[in-house]
Design a protein around this ligand. Sequence first.
Ligand code: F6P
Length: 320
Amino acid sequence: INTIAVLTSGGDAPGMNAAIRAVVRKAIANGKKVKGIKRGYAGLLDEDIVDLGAQDVSDIIQRGGTVLYTARCAEFRTAEGQAKGAEICRKHGIDGLVVIGGDGSFAGAQKLANLGINTIGLPGTIDLDIACTEYTIGFDTAVNTAMEAIDKVRDTSTSHERCSIIEVMGRHAGYIALWCGIANGAEDILLPEKYEYDEQQLINNIIKNRKKGKKHHIIINAEGIGHSSSMAKRIEAATGIETRATILGHMQRGGSPTAKDRVYASMMGALAVDLLCAGETNRVVGYRDGDYVDFDINEALAMTKGISEYQYEVSKMLAV
Ligand code: F6P
């Protein structure tokens, strides 16, 4: 390996800059040249590629977003797009590539690996929905950001003795919702993996809590369930309790990364470079049982994971 490139792809996530910085500096420390590819696979196809030195990644570890920009690229999902991408890598002397993103981005990395470009994926998504790893870059920051926002909604919800539905991101997964549900002491947590769409049960719970003297009722609703505004209207009509919906939205993806996201992203970035330098390809880095690990991308993409039953049980037990 002579030249290692790095790109970020899919939704941005706090900590991606820490990972970029680690890839660049570790690669240089290992005697390699480094290039940054802007705007993910779209930038690769546009040859939006720059040389990166150690000082080009100064002053970014604390910044949210990604200095390389990111995109979702339809053309790269086609065989022609992938072949063009591999050709452009060869043209620019890129023989190792670190792809920071989610499962969709790994699928692209796998295709490039099949076409002879050595690739390593790093799990970068706030959703935590990558099966091979217990940690993804950005999840910790997103949960902390959402948690702080939900605390604020709770203040006003309690003052007005209202019910509040707060919708958090996560695409089809409920990890952010479950973590916030526990961290914010929510009365109800609606997860795509668990919710039985029994609104009457939800309504009964709100009425029961109000009779007990609770001044607020916080419902964390996962994006995968959605419909928070119409749900709020139905709940207000059925309970007579003023109900408001708050959709936190993209603010959950921004902001300065937590220490955990900075450190884990740095470690993963360094490991990706070491794997490439050891001749590995078609691997994805993860974190499991207290250690940084790596898996074959094909195996990683075939894995599945779900919400921890015990964590879910505890969340319900604590919400009394
Ligand atoms: O994957 C990260 C994520 O923020 C999801 O939680 C959400 O469903 C999606 O991206 C939103 O994507 P966009 O920024 O394209 O609206």
